[in-house]
Design a protein around this ligand. Sequence first.
Ligand code: ZN
Length: 136
Amino acid sequence: MKTLKIDHIGIAVKDVEERLKLYRDLLGLKVDHVEELPERGLRVHFISIGESRFELLEEISEDSEIHSFLEKRGEGFHHIALRVENIEAFIEKAKQLGIKPLSDEPKPGAHGSKVVFLHPKTTGGLLIELVEGGEE
Ligand code: ZN
């Protein structure tokens, strides 16, 4: 088990083209990957910034993972993702420590990665995503 780096910062958006005015047009960052994750109801845009990335999350169906978030809180900071080795061991250890994974098994993430989220009520208010694998 090893935690390697901040992989990305997830940001919920309603209109990705509108938000690209900030990230692409003003900040001059490059969108280097766009992917649909139908089982999670999401389309994601990855934008590199140095060694890390922003992940713009947009919903493509009403049962998306960000639907209630957008309804309740609107657009904005959604989660921070940490790249790890041996994600299954992290899930087990989290449970032992009373930190609640949102699923018992990793789910498919972008780039063919495996991901699991940790419940913010058990992390001090942060939605934390653990990521393993997939292209960097
Ligand atoms: Zn993410």
